[in-house]
Write a new protein. Structure first.
Lengths: 227, 241
């Protein structure tokens, strides 16, 4: 179980996220919503260990990030908002390098599985720099799920995807989240209903609403943010 | 340990593929080999062979001072800009593994640059009777200088995270060490001794003359260790930011 307890994040003197708490179990999708600058990315980067917590705690299966040290990273797969690709490498080479750096103990066949699962077979030998934006996002998601992490952290994974790719991505997430937790920042509210997501709306670093996504989410989101 | 070694190999592979697919870098590596080859060719008809070899060691060393740190810094800076480094930061790879792997990648490029001039040695062997001892010492000197310059490039990349800034800092440090020798004439006593000890040129002179001096070898080894150690410290600090 992932537990975030009253977490505050600072950037210098500025508080970017304040008093966020949430809990998630395997099979759940947590969606972070909110306008740009609300603190979603900072929160996700904190979750994976890229930004330290100013106060509060985050724990996985009862162990805090400070207890686990570097082992903390092995529980998380992170897909940042900008696809962290290496332009000169082919998709397959890139995923091979990510595997060797992040989780060398997983079998090499995991690369083929994730390539197939995310529909990357046709572009696996193309250089990452030559891919369309949608495919770049897919490769970015592929590297995040490659090591079979317990928690998959996705920062706006569907940006730049066409509607067909979004549906493909949704189905893929539905498959992989069966025994994992997915934490995702997104602006595609309508997608969340299909994924039975639990949403948290952030505004100016604070959680202003949360609940289970329904068809009225978009209306609710706008009414809350417009005050 | 095994996982660290595999991670290091992956970083080296990443840098190697990336570097070798850049036309600019390939051009620079090729030009470097070409420059060394042309100077070697001069040797064939030269009656003042030792002077030409000395000049070659100095000139090539100066060119390397500009090229090598930039080539070493480029893939590191790319990773900072693309966000790939975020994946590395939240991976189990140790900072020391990361730094050493990046340094080894840079050394691979240095070796490739030197290999570009090896073909001409065959021509020299057939057409002339060069002083092979001086040539071997020259190559040893370049490898040692390359070690230090790659370390400076890695350090500058971690320090600045921008290619232009890293290039300016790395070339500045290299040239700073280089011009210390002429500056030392303005100093005296213990200050002059210290300045002379850290001046780059004072430690390349032996290689230019075909002499291997233990102090000169140590100078480049220590310089490499200092910059790599500092790069590791800076990278560790970034990981705990």
């Amino acid at each position: 179980m992932l537990i975030v307890d009253n977490v505050t994040i600072r950037r210098g003197a500025e508080v970017v996220v304040s008093g966020i708490s949430l809990a998630a179990q395997r099979g759940e999708l947590i969606a972070l919503l909110g306008p740009n600058g609300a603190g979603k990315t900072s929160f996700l980067r904190t979750l994976v260990g890229l930004i330290p917590i100013a106060s509060g705690s985050i724990s996985w299966e009862g162990m805090s990030s400070s207890d686990l040290g570097r082992k903390w990273y092995s529980h998380f797969g992170y897909c940042p908002d900008r696809a962290p690709l290496i332009s000169e490498l082919s998709v397959k080479d890139y995923l091979g390098i990510v595997r060797d750096i992040k989780s060398p103990n997983i079998p090499i066949s995991a690369i083929d599985d994730v390539i197939e699962g995310l529909g990357l077979t046709s572009v696996q030998d193309r250089q990452c720099g030559d891919l369309s934006f949608g495919f770049r996002q897919r490769v970015s998601v592929a590297q995040a799920v490659l090591s079979s992490p317990d928690v998959i952290v996705l920062d706006e994974p569907t940006q730049g995807m066409d509607p067909e790719q979004v549906v493909f991505f949704r189905n893929y997430i539905r498959r992989v989240m069966v025994d994992r937790i997915v934490v995702m920042a997104t602006h595609h509210l309508s997608e969340l209903v299909h994924l039975d997501a639990i949403y948290y709306i952030l505004d100016k670093g604070r959680c202003v609403d949360n609940g289970v996504a329904s068809h009225s989410l978009e209306q609710r989101y706008l009414s809350i943010l417009r005050g | 340990m095994n996982s660290q070694w595999r991670a290091a190999k992956a970083v080296i592979k990443r840098d190697w593929i990336s570097t070798m697919r850049r036309r600019l870098v390939l051009g620079l590596v090729g030009s470097f080999g070409g420059i060394v080859s042309v100077i070697f060719l001069i040797l064939i008809n030269s009656t003042r062979q030792p002077n030409v070899i000395s000049m070659m060691v100095a000139v090539v060393g100066l060119i390397a001072m500009v090229l090598v740190p930039v080539i070493a810094a480029a893939p590191i800076v790319d990773d900072f800009i693309s966000g790939f480094d975020d994946l590395v930061v939240c991976s189990p790879i140790a900072s020391v593994t990361w730094v050493v792997a990046r340094w080894l990648s840079g050394m691979g490029v240095v070796i490739a640059m030197l290999c570009g001039s090896l073909g001409i040695l065959v021509a020299l062997w057939i057409l002339a009777t060069p002083d092979w001892g001086m040539i071997v010492v020259a190559y040893l000197g370049w490898i040692l200088m390359g070690m230090a310059l790659v370390a400076i490039g890695v350090w500058a990349a971690v320090l600045t995270r921008r290619l232009v800034a890293a290039s300016v800092v790395a070339i500045g440090v290299g040239l700073g060490l280089w011009i210390l020798a002429p500056i030392s004439v303005l100093t005296s006593g213990s200050v002059a001794r210290v300045v002379n000890a850290i001046a780059w040129v004072n430690h390349t002179y032996g290689f230019e003359q075909g002499i291997i001096n233990g102090g000169d070898v140590m100078y480049f080894v220590i310089l490499t260790a200092i910059f790599l150690g500092n790069a590791r410290w800076l990278y560790n600090r970034r990981r705990s930011e």
